[in-house]
Design a protein around this ligand. Structure first.
Ligand code: SAH
Length: 451
């Protein structure tokens, strides 16, 4: 097979990166923006030893899953991968991602429950982080193009509440008028890096966080007045200072410019304070359903000690606190732990304790102090749990482990470690928190093998 060769093939599968897979000359060819059942002519763009990449040259016969994309930025924008197929087939694909990860990577046999999809796959995100760049010498904000840091100017995203784009536009207009320079990744010069907006789904409270290269409150004082007078749901405007040449959006220091330095939302009936640094699930309605499934899996009797590892602002554990005797949460980001403690207090929960620590270190200490949890929740970041944490969890010998993960591959890997160490994977359920993207969440119930 050669570069630029045109091949005709049928798409038979979709990879977890969102590419369609077809076969030609016995080689797998990966082609973006295709659908299972498509017959296409593809141009080969890259040939590797055992597989190749192509792009659609002509759709000979379209799949029945296809729809016309309703977003003008698709597929250039890197945000969505599945705007060209209907949501039902997207869910089927994601259910298979999770099934394949567990059966192939983890070698795990379990009951696979049907995926839980969203009632509405639009406007579900409660958070946006618009990168700010320059176009024709003028500040612009938008979205990163696929696999790049090129900014596609425009802020009307179908996954976000409309008010976010009005606010982003207002900020850019202000930057233009006041000659505020956007940050340039290549030179490190300029002031405004990102516009970070978060809105409590239930409370409607809005936080705006302006990420800048150096403290410059005075330059934004008029903007705070304009925004707060115009949009009454804005409760907090903060400035985060990030002077470093890095892809990480937030820097270490945040100062309030107007109003509070956090917003409050309601999640699973609890009051939840969220600082800009704290992780907060982006799809609140669906996250509430995810936590309810995790709670059902745990099937509490009332006298349990529950450990919630990687607890963020405490949302999962707090949603279960009334069903257990004692809750201990562990989280590495200090502002999130501060939120978790406040959240217990403002939600009238008195059996919770939160530890600010690396999960592995805290797990070892908890083992040493003789804590015997009945149920452990693990909700790690994408890379999964480290070996220290996995081994400490084993030593604590819980009856049940509930794993929640946004990366089925690492979840399957970590679950297979427990399967090799006297746990059974009972149930696995995929939950779609991120419609139109390739991301999917899964919940897993593991139970100690009874001897
Ligand atoms: N359970 C929370 C957060 C899940 S996201 C919720 O549902 O909202 C994963 C969390 O793990 C993040 O808050 C992140 O800050 C935290 N984290 C990442 N690495 C960690 C580590 N080594 N030890 C403890 N927490 C960590």
């Amino acid at each position: 097979m050669d570069k630029n060769q045109i091949v005709t093939l049928e798409i038979t599968d979709i990879t977890s990166e969102g590419n369609g897979v077809g076969r030609s000359d016995g080689m797998a060819v990966f082609i973006p923006e295709t659908a299972v059942g498509d017959i296409i002519e593809a141009r080969i763009v890259k040939v590797l030893k055992n597989y190749a990449y192509g792009k659609v040259e002509k759709i000979v016969k379209p799949s029945e899953d296809r729809i016309i994309s309703d977003c003008k930025y698709f597929p250039q924008c890197g945000g969505c991968s599945f705007r060209h197929i209907n949501y039902k087939s997207e869910l089927k694909i994601k259910e298979k991602f999770v099934y394949d990860a567990f059966t192939r990577i983890g070698g795990i046999n379990a009951e696979f429950l049907p995926i839980l999809g969203c009632d509405c796959p639009d406007k579900y995100r409660n958070k946006a982080q618009y990168p700010v760049g320059t176009d024709n010498n003028r500040p612009v904000c938008g979205f990163y193009a696929k696999r790049s840091h090129r900014i596609i100017a425009g802020n009307k995203c179908r996954l976000l509440p409309s008010i976010f784009s009005y606010i982003a536009e207002e900020i850019i207009e202000y930057a233009v008028k006041n000659r505020i320079k956007s940050y340039d990744e290549n030179t490190g010069k300029g002031l405004l890096r990102h516009i970070f907006i978060r809105q409590g789904y239930h409370s409607k409270e809005i936080m705006i966080c302006l990420v800048v290269t150096k403290a410059s409150a005075v330059r934004f004082s008029e903007l705070c007045k304009i925004l707060s007078e115009k949009y009454h749901d804005i409760k907090s405007i903060v400035m985060n200072i990030n002077p470093d040449n890095t892809n990480v959006i937030l820097g270490k220091k945040t100062v309030a410019l107007w109003g509070k330095n956090k917003i409050q939302d309601i999640m699973c009936g609890n009051n939840i304070n969220i600082a800009p640094e704290a992780f907060y699930q982006v799809n609140t309605l669906q996250a509430e359903k995810l936590y309810a499934i995790a709670s059902n899996f745990a099937d509490f009797k009332g006298n349990e000690t529950l450990l919630d590892f990687y607890c963020g602002a405490g949302t999962i554990g707090l949603s279960m606190a009334s069903r257990v005797r004692k809750l201990i949460g562990v989280e590495i980001i200090p502002q999130a732990v501060e939120n978790a403690n406040e959240n217990a207090y403002i939600s009238n929960i008195h059996n919770a304790e939160f530890i600010c620590s690396d999960a592995g270190k805290a797990a070892k200490k908890l083992v040493d102090s003789g804590i015997k949890p009945d149920v452990i929740i693990l909700d790690p970041p994408r890379k999964g749990c480290d070996n220290v944490t996995l081994n400490a969890v084993l030593q604590m010998n819980p009856q049940k482990i509930v794993m929640i993960s946004c990366n089925p591959a690492t979840a399957a890997r970590d679950c297979s470690f427990f399967v090799q160490n006297e746990y059974n994977v009972e149930k696995v359920q995929a939950v779609d928190l991120f419609p139109r993207t390739t991301h999917v969440e899964c919940v897993v119930l593991l139970s100690k093998v009874q001897k």
